[in-house]
Design a protein around this ligand. Structure first.
Ligand code: ZN
Length: 93
């Protein structure tokens, strides 16, 4: 497995250095419910419409994957707050 540079801080990761591989997979959730507002909803018609979209666009809607390399420091920072949420309560004023 090749290392390279940290995706976050661009630090060069030397061969043998500790580094972390970060793989983020984002896929659309499906709870089994299909909302059909239009009674004349024709699933085959919708399907035809979808088929005419560029395939890449559909795939991006449904599934995305990101892969990063992190140095140990950036891994700690990332893991402390993966979604980059605002830190509640202790905002500096
Ligand atoms: Zn880093």
């Amino acid at each position: 497995m090749s290392s390279g540079i940290c995706s976050r801080c661009s630090r060069i990761i030397q061969p043998g250095d500790l580094f972390y591989s970060l793989l983020i997979k984002v896929s659309s959730g499906f709870d089994g419910v299909i909302n059909i507002k239009d009674e004349k909803y024709d699933i085959s018609e919708e399907f035809e419409k979808v088929k005419s979209y560029p395939e890449e666009l559909i795939n991006e809607e449904v599934y995305r994957e990101f892969q990063y390399v992190l140095c140990p420091r950036c891994k700690e920072i990332y893991c402390a707050n993966p979604l980059n949420l605002p830190l509640g309560g202790s905002e500096p004023e």
